[in-house]
Design a protein around this ligand. Structure first.
Ligand code: FE2
Ligand code: FE2
Length: 379
């Protein structure tokens, strides 16, 4: 090994990523105390020209400040963020499906409890993210509709099946691991609500990643059959995990603008390389082989060389022709329809509370007038 070996390297890379999340959290607190430069329009005020507002927006970005929901933003920035956040939110909720497949088949109560907690976390991530999209004026029902009609996408790896229990481990180790690498820089995203949501999401994703590693560790230190099962799962999930970082930078439609606006901080290729560099020592610690004969340390670059994923296959899966695309979307639609009564009941409950709260001041005023009158009578 070139830097460290085994589990130490694995722990070091997790600590490094969580350290970056902690730094981003400090920067966020610091950004909140700084006053953003230039005019900020008050509600209903249109005293500032678009040029002035744009100059202020650009000054915040240049100063590495945070854009907040009350700030004016160019329409392209808003639309680009809504697209990215919606895709992220959809991936969280549809991404629960490959794992829920194994909730009833977990081999022990402990593993079942861990998996249940993870799946619930993913639902929570979806909630934060739809909430963030709403701060940009997006309508949650419209976003879900776009998902159900296939007009908005979710991450392609979700369209692959989880064939064995080892897939639960490989899926979490590789795809939640890739999610952490992808999302740690988003904790420094220029849009404040997104950056703050990512801090919490990254901490939870890091737990998902580690439980996947732990599950695989148990299998690779088990019977020969368990070892074969772990290797087979890693073989199938490696390419979908690499593809999670998206197409190469030159072919990525949105990357350049996202980087200019500091929504993204690194190119797809830089993040993919970082992921590979982190995974290789972890694979060595686990005792599994990554399915790439080109994988080798490159002393000149100070990184591992590796083969890219099959871009044609990625394009096919994104276009809707992966092994489980139809099943995933059909299941999501059905879950949404089956849950209609829960949403209606929650809305009715919220309405009842707000009606009571609105009626309370009037009732209180009547009660205090009555008690003042009786106090006067006693006096
Ligand atoms: Fe998640
Ligand atoms: Fe996760």
């Amino acid at each position: 090994m070139h830097i460290q070996t085994g589990r130490e390297a694995t722990r070091a890379s997790t600590d490094m990523l969580l350290g970056e999340v902690a730094q981003a959290e400090e920067l966020l607190a610091d950004a909140r105390s700084r006053v953003a430069p230039g005019p900020r329009p008050l509600p209903g005020e249109d005293a500032h020209t678009e040029a002035e507002l744009l100059a202020r927006f650009e000054a915040i970005i240049a100063a590495d400040g945070k854009i907040e929901p009350r700030d004016w933003v160019p329409e392209r920035y808003r639309a680009s963020l809504v697209r990215q956040i919606a895709q992220h939110a959809h991936s969280e909720i549809v991404g629960m499906q490959p794992e829920t497949n194994w909730l009833t088949r977990a081999p022990s109560l402990r593993r079942k409890a861990i998996l249940l907690a993870k799946v619930q976390d993913e639902a929570g991530h979806g909630l934060y993210l739809y909430g963030v999209a709403e701060t940009l004026g997006a309508d949650r029902e419209e976003l879900l509709d776009a998902l159900h009609q296939g007009r908005q996408k979710y991450l392609s790896f979700i369209n692959y099946p989880t064939l064995t229990w080892a897939d639960v481990g490989a899926l979490a180790w590789l795809t939640d691991g890739a999610a952490v690498v992808n999302q740690v820089p988003l904790c420094r995203s220029s849009y404040g609500p997104y950056a703050r949501a990512m801090v919490r999401v990254c901490k939870e994703e890091s737990f998902h990643h580690r439980q996947g590693f732990d599950l695989l560790w148990t299998l690779t230190h088990g019977s020969p059959e368990q070892q074969r099962m772990a290797q087979d799962a890693v073989n199938r999930w490696w390419d979908p995990a690499l593809a999670m970082f998206g197409p190469p930078h030159q072919r990525s439609t949105h990357s350049a603008k996202s980087m200019e606006w500091r929504i993204k901080r690194f190119t797809n290729d830089e993040l993919r390389q970082r992921f590979v560099d982190i995974c290789v020592p972890q694979a060595e610690a686990l005792g599994v082989t990554l399915p790439d004969s080109a994988l080798a340390w490159n002393t000149d670059r100070g990184h591992y060389d590796f083969s890219p994923p099959d871009w044609d296959e990625l394009a096919r899966v994104v276009a809707g022709d992966g092994p489980c695309n139809r099943q995933r979307v059909a299941h999501r639609r059905k879950a949404h329809e089956d849950g209609a009564w829960v949403r209606e009941a929650a809305m009715a409950h919220a309405r009842k509370h707000s009606d009571r709260a609105a009626a309370a001041p009037a009732a209180n005023a009547t009660a205090s007038a009555a008690s003042a009158a009786s106090a006067t009578a006693v006096a």
